[in-house]
Ligand binder design. Sequence first.
Ligand SMILES: Nc1nc2c(ncn2[C@@H]2O[C@H](COP(=O)(O)OP(=O)(O)OP(=O)(O)O)[C@@H](O)[C@H]2O)c(=O)[nH]1
Ligand SMILES: [Mg+2]
Length: 306
Amino acid sequence: MTETENRSEGPAAFRSGFISIVGKPNVGKSTLLNHLLGEKIAPVSKKPQTTREVIHGIRTDETSQIIFIDTPGMHKPKDALGELMVQEIKRTLGEADIIYFVVEPQPKDEESERFLGLLKDFRGSVFLLINKVDELEDKSRMLPVIDHYQRLFEFKEFVPISALRKIALDTLLEVTRKYLPVHPPYFPADMISDRPIRDIVKELIREKVVRFTGEEIPYVTAVSVEEMSERDDGLIEIHANIFVDKESQKGILIGKGGTKIKQIGQAARQDLERFLGGHVYLDLRVKVLPGWKNDPSRLKDFGYSS
Ligand SMILES: Nc1nc2c(ncn2[C@@H]2O[C@H](COP(=O)(O)OP(=O)(O)OP(=O)(O)O)[C@@H](O)[C@H]2O)c(=O)[nH]1
Ligand SMILES: [Mg+2]
């Protein structure tokens, strides 16, 4: 936070700030980021722990610039990669002006509540976002949820939303602007993320691996983009590797007669074409790299070191 926020600069003063989106896995943080930006930059799936890396999305209009920080779901780490993810979440809390603590509309959720402790030293404003309200048939069931969380933490705002159905996202933005510091924009107005395009490409490919494979595979894969270039005819050529832990996992990922990897490649290409705004040629290879999740130098190669 800056000194400028205390100065009175009138209603027209530009506001800008950082918002960290946190919560347990699978509550809809990345869906929210994508829909607030109107562009898909963060991976989304039905499976928990889809997001592995912090992604910044930037939304700029005439009066404000908001930098949303999507984080991996808060969880108890089981390996070196998990540790790094939790460290990353904690680091983003230090950068934020506002925290969106995202939960599902349940009156009791011990997994979420456990993480409220992490927020107690935070000096900015914390909002409780109750997501997936489209799943509630009886809207009055939201009241006990609000009541419950109110007793646990001093939230500044309670905002029921549906990230997926885009319900109340305008309200959320309106409320958020009131809490943003008066500050000039941090980034150029046309910038949508401060992450290199290659990183977003990598995450969009990994999302398809998560989506098209069973429970076990998503947690043992990493993706690296080896080469990305635009050919003279405008075609964007991308060569990427998908790493797995064991030979048997490689077989699952490739599928009978290569059907699975073909499915992953086609779906990834569609997303990448939308994101990059052009035709894409995507070459995917599967490689075996035992124990990469606990190997510090490999984690670094894949961009997971802090
Ligand atoms: N019904 C409903 N489903 C939603 C909503 N928002 C997200 N989802 C679904 O919830 C699942 C998880 O969404 P994500 O955005 O990947 O969740 P996340 O919190 O980023 O998950 P991690 O990255 O694993 O921590 C997906 O299947 C989404 O489609 C919502 O408002 N309503
Ligand atoms: Mg996510």
